[in-house]
Design a protein around this ligand. Sequence first.
Ligand code: NIG
Ligand code: FE
Length: 412
Amino acid sequence: MKTLLMNIDSLVTVSADGSLSKTGPSMRDVGELTNAAMLFDERILWIGPSSEAKLHVSAEVEVVDCSGKTVMPGFVDSHTHMVFAGSRSGEFARRLAGASYAEIAAEGGGILTTMRAVREADVESLVDVGDALLTSALQHGTTTAEIKSGYGLDVESELRLLDAIGQLQFGHEARVVGTFLGAHAVPPEYKHDPEAYVNLVINEMLPRVREQGTASFCDVFVDAGFFTEAQGERILNAAREHGLRLKIHADEIALVGASTMAARVGCISADHLEHSTIEEIKALRDAGVVCTLLPGTAYTLRLPYPDARTMIDEGAVVALATDCNPGSCFTENMQTILSLSCINMGMSIEEAIVASTLHGAAALGLANDLGSLEVGKFADVVVYDVPSYKEIVYHFSVNHVWGVWVGGVEVS
Ligand code: NIG
Ligand code: FE
């Protein structure tokens, strides 16, 4: 069955004319068409003025009237930790009372609190947590989500997380991309010998992760109190040998050389970048590394916001993602992330849309197929019940989604 969306007030194509990103001033152009129409099956077949849409009406076409509506590509949330167990609301309350994320982590809380819950959890309960968050994300306009492991921190628990992510990949209506994040924290049993844990990640986890098959990416958390630049580099180089593409959590808590290492080893994206300076930004730009910004984390942890303005003005490829996780940012709502990026990082509405669609796809190596509404790309389409895309950021903290299609199939 084909679908024809007609009488669309605002059709935001995010067209990049065949390119996989829009940098500098071109990021301010979202390719908006007014009074437009779009025909699709699994992929987009035609886009044009509503006046020509009648030519495409037939018995095999479901027609949807989009008067007063905005149509955009689905969000590509390229950085989440949506599969976990337990809650950290107690630690959240402690942080509100003054404790820092780093202090709680150093006491054996934080990521390790979630690790203890995950080690106790069976795969079904992990799938249930991920399924609920992913469904909610989809209802808020996210059609593709990356999900990381990283709360198991032993061979079997990391594989169980990847198994849960794999079940969502095959069973959920949203698209799911898997990432192995064995180097998320040093587990307590290796507290006095972090190098031995790095060896475990390289020699025992990576071969099993490859065999298991869910993960396309390997990520590492290189930061003060977590992994060093040298440890991260060793893991990423080994991951590449196993056919995984590379990502990094960089410059979140402190500057410890993570971004420059990411540029050197050829990460597809460097994520966080709250503390990055012009030097890191230029290194990432020159190496073609996507700068993935997570303003929900800066908001929750009261960190300085990443310098999105300099990144965009210097021509880096900037993406936006939720970082959805139980510790540093518990939201799956990309509409909120757009608001935070505009209000607190000086991004324009148009830049935020490009960053959360096309550049999210670029951060996952999927911009050929996803992230914009162009003939030939997958029909991952979200209809919002507002007459202009500007309303989505302007009228904030409510869900404007009216309908969602993934690969041409209506899912919400
Ligand atoms: O991206 N920085 C490391 N990892 C997550 C936090 C995970 C957690 O606190 O559970 C992040 O912020
Ligand atoms: Fe993260």
